[in-house]
Design a protein around this ligand. Structure first.
Ligand SMILES: NC(=O)c1ccc[n+]([C@@H]2O[C@H](COP(=O)([O-])OP(=O)(O)OC[C@H]3O[C@@H](n4cnc5c(N)ncnc54)[C@H](O)[C@@H]3O)[C@@H](O)[C@H]2O)c1
Length: 263
């Protein structure tokens, strides 16, 4: 079975007037889709960030052209580096007049059997995926608390935080960590009116991912989905926008699966 991809859902103004910061927003996947969706849902200003300078400049231009929104800024940064994280959030605070919504999208994966994995590969994946999300969340919480007008953080986890897959021990451990971080940080942040939730996507087959994994593995992953297909990046971005919006005002510390997997 391979159910056809649904029609693109138009925006509904879910985050009208809000300012948004998205990390890892210059790729072909969920990050850029989240920034695009934010513009379509009424955001007044957006900062896109990414580690890749060239692609980031192109992404900013593309979003400006496609959305017609004037206030779109780019800032290069590596979420695994504390100075970059502080520089990025300080920049976004200043350019946006305060960040209302942070989308922590950055995450890094590789494929390796655990018995063959060296410490360096384990640490690299954990450092971007878990520690990077922690650094962004921690500093954003500090800034939002000091500013005193609340805010929302949406983290990007993965169903692998719940499920097993060969060659993914490091990535799955990191994403399980992102889920736990989301729950605990949300409990603390509720005291100053900041909500923190996460999405857990199963699979989004954008061109960059297609290049990095074998056809057989991707076909196997798609076949596990009840829909027989991978999600479109915008289908994940839609759920992020729901979590970023006041429609989810009674949700914090939650991890929402964006998946059609049967097990
Ligand atoms: N694609 C999937 O099937 C899938 C499934 C579940 C979860 N996720 C998660 O979704 C998120 C987005 O993944 P995606 O595959 O949609 O790609 P994406 O296009 O959203 O992100 C890729 C971008 O991340 C940037 N990046 C990499 N390391 C970075 C770092 N240290 N700091 C800042 N930017 C960095 C890259 O330059 C690239 O532009 C990740 O956290 C990933 O783990 C993806």
């Amino acid at each position: 079975m391979n159910l056809k991809t649904p029609e693109y859902v138009p925006g509904h103004g879910l985050i009208t007037g809000k300012s948004v910061l998205v990390t890892a927003a210059a790729g072909a996947g969920i990050g850029f889709s989240a920034a695009t969706r934010a513009a379509e849902e009424g955001a007044r200003a957006i900062v896109l960030s990414d580690i890749h300078e060239g692609r980031l400049a192109a992404a900013v231009e593309k979003l400006k052209t496609e959305s017609g929104l004037a206030e779109i800024y780019g800032r290069v940064g590596n979420v695994a580096v504390e100075d970059d994280v502080r520089g990025l959030i300080d920049f976004a605070e200043e350019s946006l007049g305060g960040v209302d919504i942070l989308v922590n999208n950055a995450g890094l994966g590789t494929s390796k059997l655990l018995i063959e994995m060296e410490d360096e590969e384990w640490h690299r994946v954990i450092d971007v995926t878990l520690n990077g999300t922690m650094r962004m969340t921690r500093y954003m919480m500090r800034v939002m608390k000091a500013r005193g007008r609340g805010g929302v953080i949406v983290n990007n986890a993965s169903v692998l935080g719940w499920r097993a897959q060969k060659e993914q021990a490091h990535y799955a451990a990191a994403k399980a960590g992102v889920m736990a971080l989301t729950r605990c940080a949300a409990l603390e942040a509720a005291e100053f009116d900041v909500r923190i939730n996460a999405v857990a996507p199963s699979i989004v087959l954008h061109p960059m991912l297609r290049k990095s994994a074998s056809e057989e593995l991707l076909a196997e992953l798609e076949s596990k989905e009840a829909y027989g297909r991978a999600a479109e990046a915008w289908e994940v971005a839609n759920v992020m926008m729901f979590l970023a919006s006041d429609y989810s005002s009674y949700m914090t510390g939650e991890v929402v699966s964006v998946s059609s997997q049967r097990s």
